[in-house]
Ligand binder design. Sequence first.
Ligand code: UDP
Length: 555
Amino acid sequence: VQAAFQRDLSYLLELIGSGKESLIFMKKRIRHLTAQWLKASHKLEEKLQGKQRDQKQILIHIGFLTEESGDVFSPRVLKGGPLGEMVQWADILAVLFILGHSLKITVSLKELQSNLGVPPGRGNCPLTVPLPFDLIYTDYHGLQQMKQHMGLSFKKYRCRVRVIDTFGTEPAYNHEEYATLHGYRTNWGYWNLNPKQFMTMFPHTPDNSFMGFVSEELNQTEKQLIKSNKANNMAVVYGKEASIWKGKETFLAILNKYMEIHGTVYYETQRPPEVPAFVKNHGLLPQHEFQQLLRKAKLFIGFGFPYEGPAPLEAIANGCVFLQARFNPPHSSLNHEFFRGKPTSREVSSQHPYAEDFIGRPHVWTVDYNNSEEFEAAIKAIMRTKVDPYLPYEYTSEGMLERIHAYIQYQVAELFVLHSASPFSPQPNSTNLAWPHSSSSSPAFWPPVNSMQVWVSIPGQACTRTCQQHGLVCEPEFFKFINKKEVFQQINIVCDSTESEMNHLYPAVAENVHECYLQKDPLLFSCAGYNTKYQRLCPCRDYRRGQVALCRDCL
Ligand code: UDP
């Protein structure tokens, strides 16, 4: 069946149901962004020029909202609990609905079971009917529930699952045997899924798929209005929980010399003791009112926590400058409590690395907060700079619709299909193998192979970084094309020996000893990861401006 854009969002709101605070929050958000979604859907429809799109049967099981997983969030929605997840799920629902797919939404174990065809009271039995869904979007909680209640069919159908996974899951942690043998086993990881099935909030490691969310968009008139109404000396502090203010007196005192400080910290009756008296605390605001506050403010300031949430993008989209702390050394699961046990070794170089790396100045200032002179100088400089509201394309409604459309239409078939034969021959005599256009690309491959360029990393560098340095992005789908003995020759690497082993850093070469290594298990192909012993072979690809998830010919 051909999918047709659906624009009557009232039907979606009905599907979502009601009762929980979290559902109310999501519905309010969808209602508020309706006009923006509709406009974007028309733009995408025009762009796709009537291209065939298949309608999918999709189950969306929001595991963290089920009582069985403790539904820790619903009661906290009104208290500023992690709204970031809710924001993302609301946007995912909107996207899947607007793209014209047929949706079932479940937020309890009972509903999940009945939709999966598990007979009541027989939790561990296999499904009685073939799985009626082409795709299942869920989270780690939901994944666990499905495994428990689908019996053997979980294994059979798990390739249809997509896991919403804020911070990402790197291949070394996903591969059960490898994780167990090499100390990458965590509470969350080792599901042996294709790493692309994990969908992140920001484009972290390209081993996973970047799902994202959207921010409110402004038209020219609104942008002008915002610029003329900015209060140059008004700052809003990032974070809804009182704990983030602890120990920040020095910064607050410096900031207070120049600006009026506003906060949106949740409180019940009294001002939280962590928030100094000179701060104007609004309490937790409805999302729409929070946006209004950002429109007036000049500065949105982070004190190191929460990590990587939506709010800084919203602030920048509303014309604020975002000032945040650089983390030196970077925070990661190896050295920081918050990330401990998360299935990634990613090094987080600031409170919001996406803002730092993908946006940067003049919108984003990442400074060393241990140096109070640097901190103070930044505030003074920010007060003097004029910035326009800015939102990267991938966080607009059109950008998100476009990206998810591409995943649904093209990514599906590729998951778990491992091709042994390469559809082309690489060109020799260069460290950078640029594959010739046209003849080599086959529509069966997505992303198309003509977007590939192969680079060799310097020792101790991850492919994520290597590709980035060449203005490209690492594409794990392409590892299968370069995991070959001939490729080493073609890029003039001399191998005295070539071995094939399980190691998430392979294919790679230990240059000084002329030992070459191939990857034995395709499930371990990984853009992330480095070791000073190896120079890695990196499959990079181009990407669309403002849409890093898609290559130029990817639509
Ligand atoms: N937000 C809100 N009211 C407030 C402050 C924030 O509704 O007073 C919203 C904000 O618009 C953002 C969401 O909460 O979309 C998540 O914010 P944050 O970046 O702090 O991420 P979290 O830590 O909640 O995941």
